[in-house]
Design a binder for this molecule. Structure first.
Ligand SMILES: [Zn+2]
Ligand SMILES: [Zn+2]
Length: 351
């Protein structure tokens, strides 16, 4: 058997490297998880009965900081369609004191209070829904809630960075099936985010344009990694994909902060997000995944050099010793082949 020469590919934004070493024998459809047709079992029903996010259990999570309601007519009661609640087990908690404290001689170890906000977006009242199976209106609601909470949290004292993310499935870090995402507002900007922004500034200084706008242009010219393009967004498998089926969704209109997107962009983003997650759902049988929204810190907007975007990372392999030891990701699939595979999957998006 002749081995294909692996490639080392560089991410032009972070300058990180990945190894793309596709296994000859493995086709994209071999990543199917064989889950979509699962029936709802007795165990699932028991899990639902205990679910703190299901309607009827609202008091477990406490008062919502944001809620949307559906009106079912004059006689019917209004039911919630989405709730945002503080996390019962927060990573960071509300507080004011953010002074640095040190341990050891010469102020060697630095620490501070874990202040911030940690909220859960309960995306839908129905326990067994997921974004891939939701109507557009529900996903528009999810995006609206992200924007509303972003705008509130960024004005709080000591908030420097807001991370919006979704963990789907146990392999992606959640055991709770009820559809939800999370928002964490933190008092610091970690070094890898700073680095990403600094590299974008450096590129802008040299080239006089946004590196992400150029990446969209390059991907559109090459075409082979583009999965989907609409009036406002483009979705593609990055040249430097860290994992099988990594997908980025970028707005075609340059904007640094996610929180400033227009109503029409919001509607289009809902459709694109459903479409891509549907392709993953049907093409790979509901794989575990994480998605994260990367947005310039609010203070940075407007900024010519940064461009908000959404990254989807399916969890189809485990990060192991090599990645942890070297910081180089090892991807055993071809981003071009994966994009082609996802492009061919039918994803009817219902209104
Ligand atoms: Zn539930
Ligand atoms: Zn741009």
């Amino acid at each position: 058997m002749v081995n294909i020469m692996p490639e080392l590919r560089q991410n032009p934004i972070t300058k990180d490297w990945v190894i793309i070493a596709p296994e000859r024998s493995k086709r994209p459809n071999q990543f199917k998880q064989h889950r979509v047709q699962e029936k709802i079992t007795k165990l699932d029903r028991e899990e639902k009965a205990r679910c703190p996010f299901c309607p009827g259990n609202e008091e477990i999570c406490g008062k919502a900081v944001l809620a949307y309601y559906e009106d079912f007519g004059e006689d019917a009661q209004s039911k919630w369609s989405l709730r945002v609640v503080p996390n019962k087990f927060p990573a960071l908690v509300e507080g004011e004191e953010t002074s640095r404290i040190t341990e050891g001689t010469g102020n060697f170890f630095v620490k501070m209070n874990g202040v911030g906000y940690h909220e859960i977006v309960i995306e839908h009242p129905e326990h067994f829904q997921t974004i891939a199976t939701m109507p557009c209106k529900s996903v528009e609601n999810i995006i609206s809630s992200y924007i509303e909470r972003y705008q509130v949290l960024i004005k709080k004292p000591n908030v420097e960075l807001i991370t919006i993310f979704r963990n789907n499935g146990p392999g992606a870090g959640t055991s709770l099936r009820h559809p939800h995402s999370q928002i964490i507002a933190s008092p610091i900007i970690p070094i890898h985010i700073r680095h990403m922004i600094e590299e974008a500034v450096r590129y802008f200084d040299t080239m006089g344009r946004c590196i992400y706008c150029n990446m969209i242009k390059q991907e559109k010219i090459l075409g082979k990694r583009v999965i989907l393009e609409t009036d406002y967004f483009v979705a593609f498998a990055p040249f430097f994909s860290r994992s099988p089926f990594e997908t980025w969704i970028l707005p075609k209109k340059h904007k640094a902060s996610f929180a400033t997107i227009s109503n029409i962009e919001k509607k289009d983003l809902a459709r694109v997000l459903i479409d891509i997650l549907k392709r993953l759902y049907h093409g790979l049988d509901n794989p575990d995944y994480n998605y994260m929204i990367h947005s310039a810190p609010y203070q940075e907007d407007p900024a010519d050099y940064y461009h908000w975007h959404l990254q989807i990372l399916p969890k189809l392999y485990k990060v192991a010793g090599f990645e942890l030891g070297s910081g180089i990701y090892l991807n055993s699939t071809s981003p071009e082949e994966n994009a082609k595979y996802l492009k061919e999957i039918k994803a009817d998006v219902s209104e």
